[in-house]
Design a protein around this ligand. Structure first.
Ligand code: 1GP
Length: 244
């Protein structure tokens, strides 16, 4: 079954999904292997691969190493047009709808389109929203956009609704990797109440309670990135805590 269809079907049942984000620049084959073992045992739903700035040459080998060790779908979460691979299962085609940078709304997509088509992977159009999170994150700086202010729930709601009306299949709300504070449960609750497509939430989630609060507020998928390295037991604890 296509990855988007599966994600949507699970979301409709109300079952909460867990995604792990791997930054190829921070991973090596040993660290990938140990993390993937944890993802397998915690029954992680998706593995996202990408980063705002990838300096090394390990993007392709990172995806290949992951695929060698798991059947969990590997989905590219691209930080640039260089992050495309036929070895992945799908790509989130991110349109940065919280910003007003035309390159992030359409320019990079034009450049990437023929390469994505040639890769032959599933394309999931995704309205991507950055939310202010206490400090300047790499993604805010690199995208040259302003995030939505932390407490402006109404702007977040209208942005997500516009994203859905434009035809995006997912909304991804991100405080940015390593964010000081994750997105508020109240903002997630209000956005979820106003859209009918699945909602992914990430950035700065470092403990079980925050993950559960965001799930309970309406996130269909919670993404854990940095904390997988600093807290090796976290993804299992999050999964056990939710009861499946
Ligand atoms: C970043 O949402 C992801 O784009 C994950 O963030 O690394 O802070 O968990 P963290």
């Amino acid at each position: 079954m296509a990855i988007y269809e599966k994600l949507t079907n699970i979301a409709k049942t109300g079952k909460k999904q867990l995604a792990v984000l791997i930054d190829p620049d921070k991973a090596n084959s040993d660290s990938i292997s140990s993390l993937i073992k944890k993802c397998n045992s915690a029954k992680v739903d998706l593995i996202l691969v990408g980063g705002s700035l990838i300096k090394g040459s390990g993007f392709e080998s990172c995806i290949q190493s992951i695929k060698n060790e798991t059947d969990i779908p590997v989905v590219i979460f691209p930080g640039s047009v260089f992050q495309i691979s036929s070895n992945a299962d799908a790509i989130l085609l991110l349109s940065l709808i919280s910003g007003r940078n035309p390159e992030m709304l359409i320019g990079n997509h034009v450049i990437a389109a023929p390469h994505i088509r040639r890769a032959g992977i599933e394309v999931i159009p995704c309205g991507y929203m950055l939310i202010e999170s206490g400090k300047l994150t790499s993604v805010v700086y690199m995208s040259n956009t302003s995030p939505i202010p932390y407490e402006k729930n109404d702007i977040a709601v209208c942005t997500a609704v516009a994203g859905e009306m434009l035809g995006h299949k997912l909304i991804y709300m991100d405080a940015g990797s390593g964010a000081e504070k994750s997105i508020s449960a109240e903002m997630i609750k209000q956005v979820k109440a106003n859209i009918s497509i699945p909602l992914i939430v990430g950035g700065g989630i470092r403990d079980v309670k925050t993950a559960h609060d965001l799930w309970n507020a309406g996130a269909d998928v919670v993404v854990i990135g940095n904390a997988c390295e600093s807290k090796p037991g976290l993804i299992e604890e999050i999964r056990i805590g939710i009861g499946y």
